[in-house]
Design a protein around this ligand. Structure first.
Ligand code: FAD
Length: 390
């Protein structure tokens, strides 16, 4: 049976970032994904916010053009235009980004098992037996640390007996080429209780491709049908889809219950969507993927250096939850607004002086997943963590 220091299940942004950082310290790592090609079956629009773009390095060619203007529309298509003098967003070219992160991992001798499915894990005292399957053939490996980066419905979380996500919205979008871009790329967001109950519909582009999508509570709409209606009846008022050619569809669940409390045990930990690390208000999960994975990598490094499994227990969702209280409340309020009239009223508030300030803060604020600096006292297993200002 092959033995690794760390086995990471899932090569989305969270798993790749964690593998990339850990590989720099010489750990023996296996990265596993059921996909054979990471550039296929992507399920994110890939909008990165300014703070993420400022704090992390993105390899050349992995980001679209900058977006400085957001227009929010009410159900009656009244508009609230918000403009910034800074580059606020960029749509990532996610296939290229995943491939370039993977390339760095491979250069640092991370083993990558693609087309390989995680089946289960059996926890022993200081190690875990992980059962995988490739081409219908099951096999087992051993690891000191098992990392669940396997998305919103995490099998790893269950097997490590950690907390699992319980609250979601779903997002579904189509990506098109051949949509003429007359001006600079923009982000259009639409409030609509029927087509996007509890969230938004959106249109944006990266300078080359255009994304049209809807998101909301799964029990309140049928995403595929809502998207068709949105694309046929509303999107053409804003973009020219005459020659548009669909290149892919993207969709999936987005956890909105806030970062989970129990995200680590002595045998492993969770990152990204598996840890619930998504803003409950904006449903943005890419910034948390990068930040939480960096923290996870530092805790795992410490665990390997000290050979003390208890060190992993320092990685706790409790460190972050306080920062999400107001966003969780706002999510609950938004979830309750289920008719167009109420949304229209809420929108009128946003067009007022205070509302506009609030909307600008949500779209252009420099909020991000909290950065946590942790210093671990390996002798006593105690944690000295402080939130960095951001
Ligand atoms: C439609 C949509 C649009 C979104 N748009 C944005 C946005 O614009 N900006 C933003 O900040 N956030 C956005 N989000 C949220 C964001 O995309 C996610 O939070 C983020 O991508 C999560 O990354 P992850 O690595 O944790 O999980 P994932 O990207 O889900 O990666 C999980 C990986 O694990 C693999 N895997 C799962 N199970 C197994 C298994 N049993 N065996 C082997 N491999 C397995 C999967 O193949 C996958 O590659 C969006 C989400 C959706 C659904």
């Amino acid at each position: 049976m092959k033995t690794f220091d760390v086995v990471i299940i899932g090569a989305g942004l969270a798993g790749l970032q964690c593998a990339k950082l850990l590989s720099r310290c010489g750990a023996k790592i296996l990265l596993v994904d059921r996909k054979t090609d990471l550039a296929k079956g992507i399920h994110t629009t890939g909008i990165f916010v300014r703070k993420t773009l400022e704090d992390f390095h993105f390899p050349a060619g992995t980001l679209g053009k900058a977006v400085r203007c957001v227009t929010l529309y009410s159900p009656k298509l009244n508009a609230l235009k918000l403009e910034s003098d800074k580059d606020e967003f960029r749509v990532g070219k996610m296939g290229k980004l995943y491939e370039s992160f993977l390339q760095e991992c491979l250069e640092n001798v991370v083993e990558f098992a693609n087309g390989t499915r995680y089946i289960s894990a059996e926890m022993k005292e200081a190690e875990t037996i992980v059962k995988l399957e490739k081409n219908g053939e099951p096999f087992e490996i051993k690891t000191k640390v098992l990392v669940g980066a396997d998305g919103a419905i995490s099998r790893v979380a269950k097997d490590l007996r950690l907390e699992e996500n319980k609250e979601w919205i779903v997002g579904f979008e189509e990506v098109f080429k051949n949509v003429p871009l007359e001006n600079e790329p923009q982000l259009y967001c639409f409030l609509d209780a029927r087509l996007a109950p509890g969230y938004l519909a959106w249109i944006t582009n990266d300078g080359e491709e255009t994304h049209i999508g809807v998101g909301g509570y799964a029990e309140k709409f049928i995403p595929r049908e809502a998207l068709r209606e949105f694309r046929q009846n509303i999107a053409p008022k804003f973009i020219d889809l005459k020659n548009a050619e669909m290149t892919e569809t993207r969709g999936g669940r987005i956890p909105v219950g806030g970062v989970l409390r129990s995200i680590a045990g002595e045998n492993g930990l969770l990152i990204g969507d598996a840890a619930g690390a998504v803003s409950p208000l904006t449903a943005g999960g890419l910034d948390p993927c990068l930040r939480l994975s960096a923290m996870a990598a530092s805790v795992i490094t410490e665990r390997l250096q000290t050979d003390n499994p208890k060190v992993l227990l320092n990685y706790s969702g409790e460190l972050f939850r306080a920062r999400f209280v107001s966003r969780l409340w706002m999510r609950r309020i938004i979830a309750m607004v289920s008719n167009q009239k109420l949304l229209e009223l809420g929108f009128e508030f946003l067009r007022g002086k205070i509302g506009r300030k609030f909307a600008s803060h949500v779209f252009f604020g420099r909020g991000s997943f909290p950065d946590v600096e942790i210093k671990i006292n390996a002798k006593s297993d105690s944690l000295n963590a402080s939130l960095l200002k951001n």
